[in-house]
Design a protein. Structure first.
Length: 352
């Protein structure tokens, strides 16, 4: 006689908790608007895009609402006929949003690759850490930059290469944002990306260059250096720089490193390799594509990635007329503060 009463009481209590969780999610959505408004202050924002940045920040904060909603959806499965396909699909969608928005973008992995290159000289192996698309600012926060530097310091490498897009609507104080890079115990070679040079983005290039140089980063756009028997050439971004002019100046026949010294080319966009003369590099490294950032069946391959590389160079090792090309999936996010099946990564390249 008491069991139905107890069951009814239990169901009523579950329903109250479920409604409270749903309400908490809606309250958080409203609070996220306030947090976004406060968070927009003191940022480099491209003129005319203030509303867009505010909306992106709202998404960044609002995604936390899926946590109480996940709890509510789980409790909903306990209700009568609660295990319907629709309820399960709703729970699955919430879990997917929670993972892609709150978990995967905050992960950081290290992938090692052994590259056997055809070089004119027999040199000792060179170990390089390659990162790209840090996008510090809107979605990637200071603690993540600190963690990146800590992971890089823990690696046994000869140098760190950063293939552009350091920022994404960052705070005005770039010096403070990038200060962790001054702690790197390895030489750091970098180039700027399209988001660093206003293509698109705010006009922060000069301030960014100064901040990077102050923290010991060798900005190589349009420059070259010799390191451990390698010539390292940096090329500026295809949209925000002049890589063709730099190639004409740096890759002239008879210049140091041509043709006897192995040449490593650092560029932001992988399609820059298509502009290089045939056989002009032992290895080209780049980023820019984020590996698609969010992997959706058919959509990412057909609609997202072609806009990142017209050549189809999206992630991994490719053969090009200039030489081998390695494209990293990068660290950060743009557009949406989410990654799905493209975990942020540091690529360690062993060049032999």
């Amino acid at each position: 006689m008491h069991r139905p009463s107890f069951s009814a009481h239990s169901c009523a209590r579950i329903a109250r908790v479920r409604n409270a969780l749903l309400g908490l999610g809606w309250v958080w959505l409203a609070l996220a608007a306030v947090l976004a408004w406060l968070d927009r202050e003191g940022r480099w924002i491209e003129s005319g895009r203030e509303a867009v940045v505010l909306f992106k920040l709202w998404i960044f904060w609002a995604v936390w609402a899926v946590l109480p909603w996940c709890g509510a959806a789980l409790l909903g499965l306990r209700e009568g006929a609660g295990r319907s396909v629709l309820r399960l699909a709703w729970l699955g969608a919430l879990v997917l949003v929670a993972y892609s928005g709150l978990v995967e973008p905050r992960l950081l992995t290290v992938h090692e690759h052994r590259l056997r290159l055809q070089t004119p000289l027999q040199l000792p192996p060179l170990r390089l850490a390659l990162v790209a698309d840090v996008h510090a600012g809107l979605f990637v926060r200071g603690w993540q930059v600190e963690r990146l530097v800590d992971r890089l310091n823990a690696l046994d490498v000869d140098a760190v290469m950063v293939a552009g897009d350091w920022t994404y609507e960052p705070p005005r104080d770039l010096h403070a944002l990038l200060q962790p890079f001054s702690r790197l115990r390895h030489p750091v070679w970098g180039v700027l990306g399209n988001h660093d040079t206003g293509a698109p983005g705010p006009p922060l290039e000069q301030a960014l260059r100064q901040a990077l140089q102050d923290h010991g980063v060798q900005v190589l756009d349009g420059r070259r250096l010799l390191a451990d028997g390698w010539e390292v050439v940096g090329l500026s971004d295809r949209w925000g720089g002049d890589p063709r002019g730099e190639m004409a100046r740096l890759l002239l026949p008879g210049t140091p490193g041509t043709p006897a010294t192995p040449r490593l080319v650092l560029a932001h966009q992988p399609d820059t390799a298509a502009l290089l003369p045939a056989g002009s590099s032992s290895l080209v490294v780049s980023g820019h594509t984020h590996g698609g950032q969010i992997t959706l069946p058919w959509v990412t391959r057909q609609w997202v990635l072609p806009g990142m590389s017209a050549q189809g160079w999206f992630e991994g090792l490719y053969a090009t007329q200039a030489g081998p090309l390695f494209v990293t999936a990068g660290i950060g996010t743009i557009g949406l503060p989410a990654r799905l099946a493209v975990v942020p990564r540091i690529d360690v390249l062993l060049l032999e």
